[in-house]
Design a protein around this ligand. Structure first.
Ligand SMILES: C[S@@+](CC[C@H](N)C(=O)[O-])C[C@H]1O[C@@H](n2cnc3c(N)ncnc32)[C@H](O)[C@@H]1O
Length: 287
């Protein structure tokens, strides 16, 4: 069965204004010649952005011209943000009962976005929550991604897509066990998200599992759930089952392949996406 994900109109206008039009109105773009920031569409997708696996901070130079780290991030957003946004919405829906189970009324919910890119999971969670406040921690190794995440989330808050009380923190490293103590000064629920992170060759899954286990041991973390989203390729998912074993015995929904429809680029063209997702309860509320 194919589910159709329509971002609501405000959110769609947000994507158009902050990403699609910025790329389409750039003087180097020529849509009739299929050039994005001066580069042929196919080359952007398969030779430059490579499904988001590149080092965005390195920039890119070719016979088509030079692309700055910010250009690369904008091209990533143009190609992948609406798709990942819709896949995450579909994942939040699939896992909504478990998300509700860890969302204790009166406690602050933190969305912790691992390999956050441009803040994709934060924007999708804002759609899922429909204005309810949440706080956001994003981690990414790329400084160009971090600054785009910060500005898109700020803009989403200004345009009323994200509640005014929501706080954002964006950092370069996954939790450092030495600083975990300072991270949550009050009791919290955590929704961890790893969307298209596990294809990364630089990801150390053993240390990620250790870090998550250390975080959930903290008294102030009352409940936690982990959401996984990825492409369907064997390569992208190669280390996921090992990561699950490293976490130890865990209740999980199980990896499932999903198919959705969404609006891409400037919101006009319908695209189909296939992807996998999973959900694990890392810490349950004590009765
Ligand atoms: C394909 S993008 C996914 C971004 C976002 N989660 C989404 O779904 O749109 C992968 C992101 O993970 C970041 N990344 C890759 N390896 C990482 C690592 N070891 N530590 C932190 N960030 C990493 C990259 O810089 C990139 O922004």
């Amino acid at each position: 069965m194919i589910f159709t994900y329509e971002r609501d109109l405000i959110s769609d206008a947000f994507h158009r204004k902050n990403i699609a039009l910025r790329v389409q109105r750039d003087p180097r773009t020529n849509l009739s010649k299929n050039l994005l920031l001066g580069c042929p569409f196919h080359h952007v997708r398969f030779g430059i952005i490579k499904n988001g696996s590149i080092d965005f901070d390195a920039g890119y130079t070719s016979r088509f011209g030079a692309l700055t780290p910010t250009d690369l991030v904008m091209l990533y957003c143009y190609l992948y943000l609406p798709r990942h946004h819709a896949e995450l919405q579909s994942t939040f829906d699939r896992c909504s009962t478990w998300i509700d189970d860890v969302s204790i009324p009166g406690l602050v919910t933190w969305l912790v976005d691992l390999g956050c890119g441009p803040g994709t999971a934060g924007l999708a969670f804002a759609d899922h929550c429909r204005g309810a406040p949440f706080h956001y921690f994003g981690f990414d190794r790329s400084s160009a991604m971090r600054s785009t995440a910060q500005s898109l989330l700020n803009e989403a808050r200004l345009s009323g897509l994200i509640d005014r009380e929501s706080k954002f923190s964006i950092a370069s490293e996954m939790f450092n066990p030495a600083t975990i103590h300072d991270l949550f000064p009050i009791p919290v629920n955590i929704i961890f998200v790893a969307s298209y992170l596990f294809a990364s060759k630089s990801l150390d899954i053993v240390s990620l599992a250790k870090t998550l286990n250390a975080v959930i041991l903290r008294d102030r973390v009352k409940a936690a759930v982990f959401l996984y989203v990825n492409s369907t390729t064997k390569f992208a998912n190669r280390s996921y089952e090992r990561f699950v074993r490293e976490l130890g015995p865990i209740r999980r929904l199980g990896v499932k392949e999903q198919q959705i429809q969404y609006r891409r680029y400037a919101g006009r063209i319908a695209g189909k996406a296939q992807f996998v997702n999973d959900c694990m309860i890392l810490k349950e509320l004590s009765p």
